[in-house]
Write a protein that binds this ligand. Structure first.
Ligand code: OGA
Ligand code: NI
Length: 191
């Protein structure tokens, strides 16, 4: 998974006019996460969601889903089912990569729905920066037309924010940016 994500990072760098090595180097050392999701069948699937609408706070997600189906992405004002393709991964951009690219890449809003019949399982690899490494956008992506959108932060701080203060949804990065700025101004008040 590390290798696949490094290759994708090389391509994403090129797509932004950066050196191929730029994001590869950034993520060469990383504190990534692997998660197994298990969605039991549900008697009233219309009343519940396996995973509510959210963007992943991480950088890049490589998801393997089984053949049951349930993943949906929000695009063009509606939810679209992402049909499982045997042998294929679903790849999506997360909030930390959105910050690293100063908003050029957008994190993708998605959710998972459940059904009455079958258990569904998915396996998600979340590429994340080293916990304490500053997340700051590439210099080439900040200029007069594209001013800084998010403050510098660490993955450790965003992880803590989503685990202790805020449940990841579609506005995580905006809420987190505000929280970071508040913390900074509070610190300035303490002599
Ligand atoms: C997640 C996620 C979707 C799925 O783990 O962040 O969005 O299909 N999972 O399980
Ligand atoms: Ni997700």
């Amino acid at each position: 998974m590390n290798k696949v994500s490094q290759e994708i990072m090389g391509l994403l760098g090129i797509s932004l006019g950066l050196d191929q090595a730029y994001f590869k180097d950034f993520f060469e050392q990383n504190d990534s996460i692997l998660r197994l999701n298990h969605y039991p069948p549900c008697q009233k699937p219309e009343l519940t969601l396996g995973t509510g609408p959210h963007t992943d706070p991480t950088s890049l997600t490589i998801l393997h889903q089984d053949q049951v189906g349930g993943l949906q992405v929000f695009a063009d004002e509606k939810w679209h089912s992402v049909a499982p393709i045997p042998g294929a991964f679903v790849v999506n951009v997360g909030d930390t990569f959105m910050a690293l690219t100063n908003g050029f890449y957008k994190s993708c809003l998605h959710r998972a729905v459940v059904n009455t019949e079958t258990v569904r399982k998915s396996l998600a690899f979340f590429l994340c920066p080293k916990l304490e490494r500053p997340v700051t956008p590439a210099a080439g992506l900040v200029n007069a037309e594209n001013p800084r959108k998010y403050p510098d932060f660490t993955w450790a701080a965003l992880l803590k924010f989503t685990q202790n203060h805020y449940r990841a949804d579609m506005k995580t990065l905006v809420a987190f940016s505000k929280w970071v700025q508040e913390q900074e101004s509070n610190n300035k008040l303490i002599p």
